[in-house]
Design a protein around this ligand. Sequence first.
Ligand code: GLN
Length: 201
Amino acid sequence: MTLVIGVLALQGDFAEHLAALQRLGVEGRDVHRPADLAGVAGLIIPGGESTTIGRLLERWELVEPIRAFAQSGRPIWGTCAGLILLAREVVAETRARYQPLLGLLDVVVRRNAFGSQRESFECDVLVEPLGLPPLRAVFIRAPLVETVGPTVEVLARLPDGAPVAVKQGHLIGTAFHPELTDDLRFHQWFCSLATKTANIQ
Ligand code: GLN
């Protein structure tokens, strides 16, 4: 059976994720409607504007289908805005007046947490399951993970200790954008998680 990975394609940099999957030889599917989730083994929620994506999720009635997708045990990976959407909570003063969340991952995030001088920056981070060499991580108006629940593993941190990649079972969040570099290891690792779950089911 061919592995199909869905990429939520409502707003943001979904095309870059689809391109990364293509370079890996994995079939990517842009997800616009609940029916697009059928036959998908894992779902990527891209970076972009979490407020806009959240509102579009509601408009296209995707909130409950994505929660059911998570419930089925298939992996979901959110990058940047995608991490915000997966979070249980957004720190109140950074949450938009109307900001729907999927609320699946037991973390609290602060939006746009890096001051204007560091709005966008890059650094090397060691991502535990990927090993060496460290990954070049691109941050763009990134959220800060302020609180992680007891069952959340931290996979990568900034030099100051801030978590920038987290995993809770089959739910993964990164504050940075692996889809914007040529390093395909993060996508490859996510696809291998999706393959494992697909083989169990
Ligand atoms: N700042 C954006 C938000 O809060 C996220 C930025 C990104 O995805 N690169 O939604």
